[in-house]
Design a protein around this ligand. Structure first.
Ligand code: SF4
Length: 126
């Protein structure tokens, strides 16, 4: 998927230290930060207002993810700001099932959960 990458050093900056334990593994994945205003050359008051709202929504989403992470709750969606392990997520048989909408959603295995001690047996160097 184009929106997912093996994060580089720049993207890992600001992410908690324990994630760096997976930094050199081929199985780490992380979403690219969205930058919907990157191409804007002329800022109108309306655009500035939209960007301000966007920034605030992103900040709130990151805060929610941080609280979810610290509580060690499952991520049943692709994390926006935390790296996850593609291999362990694909190998896992953990899903959540929404009784209303139907299709099961996989649980993403976060690097911070799976490799806390930095001794992951599935580590595969880049
Ligand atoms: S959890 Fe293990 S296999 Fe997954 S990215 Fe980290 S080191 Fe690699």
């Amino acid at each position: 998927m184009d929106s997912q990458v093996s994060p580089g050093k720049e993207q890992m900056r600001g992410v908690e230290d324990e994630f760096v334990k997976c930094e050199k593994c081929i199985h780490i994945r992380m979403n690219r930060p969205l930058e919907p205003f990157a191409g804007v050359r002329t800022w109108t008051p309306e655009l500035l207002e939209r960007k301000s709202k966007w920034d605030e929504d992103q900040r709130k989403q990151k805060q929610l993810e941080r609280e979810r992470f610290l509580a060690k709750l499952d991520f049943d969606y692709e994390p926006l700001s935390y790296p996850w392990c593609d291999k362990l997520t694909e190998d896992s048989d953990r899903y959540v099932v929404d009784p209303v909408s139907g299709p099961p959603r996989k649980i993403y295995v976060l690097c911070g959960y799976a490799n806390e001690d930095g001794k992951c047996k599935d580590f595969t160097p880049l």
